[in-house]
Write a protein that binds this ligand. Structure first.
Ligand code: NAD
Ligand code: AKB
Length: 319
């Protein structure tokens, strides 16, 4: 069995992806890693191999690759959009340093690499509705700059050196297991937590601002699906648009009210994150992903809301 290294594995995506991959391939074949241990992820850390790993340290990654006989890296270590704007240079160093280190090792030692891009790879001059797979990419955040550069460098290592690189452009991901790490779409997670805890939420994103979103089980399925897809069908490899829903805060309010009729939504708009959201698409065209590797999300907004609320009631121990 091929061993897989997941970097940034204690974050919002990694904490669920590691579980899924360990279930599929066996605990010992999936090596989790992160910059530091986190108490809330102790189960994941103890369930299988775990390494402390800074993706900016290429030698340390290589040592882990050799120690465990790794054949595939899923590189999730990154700073997200809002945190990235507070420290753009660090965002560049981590996001680009990590991906380049993984690619160099992949080139020299015959590994494959999966690295997610994001809707942040688009910018204010990109067509906003049904944003095509191939279009203008001039983002105005450092996070977005690293995502476009990440797509291009993965394409380069594939075409120049034959490295099997793959990736998707994730929309905002909504989940209840691990909190998001400091992005613009985080409002769409907070709203569910606050609905359960307080019955109300003040959104930092404006009422009519649309962004694409997806429930975490669909995002995890997409990674697994694309990693195992027939390479001869892949036209884009590193940057497939994928989405499950195009929604704004009022849509989520309406959906929550179907299950919690007294829920109240207010607004306390954060100009920085609102400007980032305004620079991103309203909705993506993900038909190439559907055609090339049969991407097909299962959760729409109401189905996701029902599952989020049910699981958060259990997690937050609210009767
Ligand atoms: P996250 O912020 O929840 O987790 C990132 C993890 O990386 C954290 O556990 C952090 O400790 C770790 N990390 C930070 N610096 C590191 C370093 N130098 N070395 C090793 N680890 C380090 O992020 P996430 O939401 O899980 O995102 C994972 C990937 O998916 C990122 O590339 C992100 O851009 C992409 N993505 C996420 C979303 C989303 O909504 N969650 C959407 C689009 C794309
Ligand atoms: C963010 O908001 O920064 C992320 C993303 C869409 O990349 N959730």
């Amino acid at each position: 069995m091929e061993k897989i290294l997941v970097t940034g594995s204690l974050g919002q995506i990694g904490s669920e992806l590691v579980d899924k991959l360990r279930g599929m391939y066996g605990n010992d074949n999936v090596i989790a890693s992160d910059l530091m241990k986190k108490d809330e992820q102790i189960e994941l850390i103890e369930a299988g191999p775990f390494e402390l790993l800074d993706v900016m340290d290429g030698e340390a990654i290589l040592n882990v690759v050799k120690k465990h006989g790794i054949k595939r890296i899923v590189n999730l270590a990154a700073l997200l959009s809002a945190v990235g704007e507070k420290n753009p240079h660090k965002c560049w160093q981590i996001n680009m340093g990590g991906v380049v280190n993984c690619l160099e090792i992949a080139k020299d030692h015959g590994l494959s690499v999966f690295t997610p891009s994001s809707i942040a790879c688009f910018g204010p001059t990109t067509p906003k509705d049904k944003t095509p797979q191939e279009t203008v990419q001039r983002p105005n955040t450092m996070y977005g700059v690293t995502k476009v550069a990440g797509e291009l460098i993965c394409d380069y290592y594939h075409s120049k050196f034959g490295v099997d690189t793959r990736g998707v452009r994730f929309p905002g991901l909504i989940s209840y297991k691990t909190l998001p790490g400091g992005g613009t779409t985080d409002y769409a997670v907070e709203i569910y937590y606050e609905a359960i805890k307080k019955g109300s939420y003040d959104s930092f994103i404006d009422a009519n601002t649309y962004m694409d979103m997806m429930y975490m089980p669909d995002a995890i399925d997409a990674i697994v699906h694309l990693m195992n897809a027939d390479p001869s069908r892949l036209r884009y490899r590193n940057a497939y648009n994928i989405t499950a829903m195009s929604i704004n805060p009022l849509d989520i309010e309406k959906s929550i009210k179907k299950f919690m009729p007294d829920f109240k939504l207010g607004f306390n708009v954060d100009p920085v994150r609102e400007a980032i959201a305004q620079s991103w698409p309203n909705s993506l065209d993900d038909s190439p992903a559907r055609e090339d590797w049969d991407f097909s999300p299962k959760y729409d907004l109401d189905k996701m809301t029902e599952d989020m609320l049910k699981n958060l009631m259990i997690k937050l121990d609210i009767k």
